[in-house]
Design a protein around this ligand. Sequence first.
Ligand SMILES: Nc1ncnc2c1ncn2[C@@H]1O[C@H](COP(=O)(O)OP(=O)(O)OP(=O)(O)O)[C@@H](O)[C@H]1O
Ligand SMILES: [Mg+2]
Length: 512
Amino acid sequence: MSFAIELKSITKRFGSFVANEDVNLAVERGKIHAIIGENGAGKTTLMNVLFGLLQPDEGEIWIDGEKKVLPNPAAAIAAGIGMVHQHFKLVPSLTVAENVFLGMEIRKGGLIDHAAQIRKTAELSKQFGLQVDPTERVGLLSVGIEQRIEILKVLARGARTIILDEPTAVLTPQESRELFQTLRGFVAQGMTVIFISHHLEEVMEVSDTVSVLRHGKNVASRPTAELSKSDLVQLMVGRLVSFDRLPRGPIAGKTVLEVEDLWCRDERQLQALKGVSFQVRAGEIVGIAGVAGNGQTELAEVLSGLRPSSHGRIKLAGRDITGRSAREIRAAGVGHVPGDRLVRGVDRNASIALNLLMGRQDQSPWSRHGIIDRTYLQQQTKALIERFDIRARSPESTAKSLSGGNIQKVVLAREFTGGADCLLIDQPTRGVDIGAQESIHAEIMRQRAAGKAILVISVQLDELIALADRILVMFGGTIMGEIAGDRVDEEEIGMLMAGVVPDPHSQTVDTV
Ligand SMILES: Nc1ncnc2c1ncn2[C@@H]1O[C@H](COP(=O)(O)OP(=O)(O)OP(=O)(O)O)[C@@H](O)[C@H]1O
Ligand SMILES: [Mg+2]
């Protein structure tokens, strides 16, 4: 058996914290190797070590049977390793080909040979079935296409082993399927793929081998075919977790959020919402389903005051809040968990404590006469870290030192305890491990029981089935249909998500 990568007894510490402990990992050449594990288990850290971004404290890295020292990513690239990070680093004002060759431009007589770069990019995209137009500017391309460009960058640098850190977290189901095709194409051509994911179905579907990290250690590396999804869950969190519909009491409350005939435009000035109307009552969870990019994000942005509407009305407890600023809407009692938590959810350089304080620093009991009550802040931070199971070294750790899923928990902890009557939650468990998903769902149910009006937007249907009292399906900026949470027919939702209205009276369907 020949190994593309062998990590031998890798240990990586941050101060006294051990992020990777004595990890052995052997990745067979020509295979797709998945790495799973709870938030903070050390997956990204281990891959950063393999890519030369971090130096291990102990252990050895072997690539294609040779021991290597990788002082920086350039050394890893030279050794045939490529990494696609979760957050892309493209330059929007440049074309696809210019991005692909950024920093390694093809030159002729000192000048950039654009024609050659375009030709090379087209060849690579053809060879690996990654459809892109090399001459297009990156600025307005979709996330799925941006990811293809990141992959092309890695290929152009001659990678034989490609690491992808949670590549599907930002993709639509359709884009994920296309990515898997691409990955299968890579291994068919003798390359090796390592990918990190929290989506166990896709791990089962696409990987040959799975390694499970738990508290920094590799607790299992096995052929995927020998494992079931529940085996994976057991290995990851040490117990079983299920996503059945959660038990609940009746909806008692009055209407809190009213949305009437809401319209708005997106960045490209296209209509993103085309007359959306619905209501959410106190103690009710309304779910918004749909393939990403059908207006869900814009809906959350308009409701939270981050994007202007062009028509329609929003009322909170009978008060018109249309056109108010994000700050005013927050003050009126709307909590918002944004889908892009790293951009809008946290201040990356601030501590967990200050991130939990954000937005309420002028409020009692957090501060008095403009002075923050440090003791109160410390107590609350400790309590919230416990309640939301935020895995961090200390309340003073910066947000950027946390793993992705733990950043999400900080945002939830702040928004759920801010006294809002209405909660807008966009992708509550994006990037969150399965054990933490369960506790976040339980917390959302507690908010429901406490009488909050809750709007949950999710691309994961399981999540909506577990949580929602009603599910509204969005397609092309409109609500295609509504389904009661206790009578979900996945096929019916699937059709609505594709813009097809199922007709109960006939075998055929009407397309709109
Ligand atoms: N630069 C750093 N300084 C201090 N601690 C860090 C640093 N980078 C990571 N850590 C800590 O190491 C642990 C492992 O983090 P890592 O990002 O590898 O987790 P992960 O398995 O990728 O989690 P997720 O699924 O949430 O992305 C976390 O507890 C994190 O807080
Ligand atoms: Mg990670």
